[in-house]
Design a protein around this ligand. Structure first.
Ligand code: URA
Length: 252
């Protein structure tokens, strides 16, 4: 029973992924085997972290080289520099209609998205579907994607380094899609795309420009559906933002 209780506590804390094939007993001191100096040196070089700027520069180069959406998806699938790629089950690229002119950008996949390879299919995705249906939108009328295309283990927040190395792929995605309107869902994608760090409660519902794209889409930050599920009082603001979006879509 103690072991069961310890396991449920770990799950409640978000440690719900086995990252290795074999369990590791971290309570035992590791055996110290003598390692030849040459091998130790080579291992240290291989294990040294690649400087962050190099990874971001590489992400930029790989993303820029993709000329179609299929090439971009393949480029991401082969981009193993991001540590999240190693722990995720599937790459979660996008869902919906690439030609719709409306793109929604979330944060990162959760457990259900990781298993299915499709964004926003879990509880917050189903809630978002209902919100969008209320203004006449289904997935044939927009494309939905995420800033981070791999699930962070245990749904932890992505690190700044992970955001920086995934952002070039999102920017390239938007360049290839050429949308008229981009809706960012939540603070993470809003901050990453606009470069501001003002709180999402202040940014939501107000149109902004998205620099660096030609033609330049209009960007509308909205509250994340997972936040709305936790904070029912914020649904009123979300409804106002949906109406703002609908007015822009109706104007064409
Ligand atoms: N939350 C997100 O931001 N994206 C998903 O795909 C699912 C949940």
């Amino acid at each position: 029973m103690d072991a069961l209780a310890a396991l449920s506590l770990q799950i409640a804390w978000g440690a719900d992924e086995a990252l290795d094939e074999q369990p590791i007993d971290r309570t035992r001191p590791a055996p110290v085997a003598p390692v030849p100096a040459r091998l130790a040196q080579a291992a240290a070089v291989a294990a040294a972290p690649v400087p962050r700027q190099n990874v971001v520069a590489r992400a930029n180069a790989v993303a820029e080289a993709a000329c179609t959406l299929d090439e971009l998806r393949a480029a991401l699938a082969g981009f193993t520099d991001c540590p999240l790629a190693a722990t995720a089950t599937n790459l979660v690229f996008a869902d919906g209609n690439p030609a719709a002119g409306l793109v929604l950008v979330g944060e990162a996949p959760g457990a259900e998205e990781d298993l299915s390879g499709r964004p926003f299919v879990g509880a917050s995705g189903q809630f978002l579907d209902r919100m969008l249906a209320s203004i006449g939108l289904d997935r044939s009328k927009y494309l939905i994607t995420n800033l981070i295309p791999w699930r962070p283990p245990g749904n932890r927040a992505p690190t700044d380094a992970e955001v920086l190395m995934c952002l070039p792929f999102l920017q390239r995605h938007l360049t290839l899609l050429r949308p008229r309107i981009v809706v960012t869902l939540g603070a993470l994608s809003t901050h990453a795309l606009t470069g501001t760090d003002i709180g999402i409660r202040k940014l939501r519902g107000k149109w902004r420009d998205l620099p660096g794209h030609d033609p330049s889409p209009r960007l509308l930050p909205m509250l994340h559906p997972a936040y709305l599920l936790r904070t029912p009082g914020a649904k009123r603001d979300a409804w106002a933002d949906l109406l703002t979006l609908k007015r822009a879509l109706d104007l064409g």
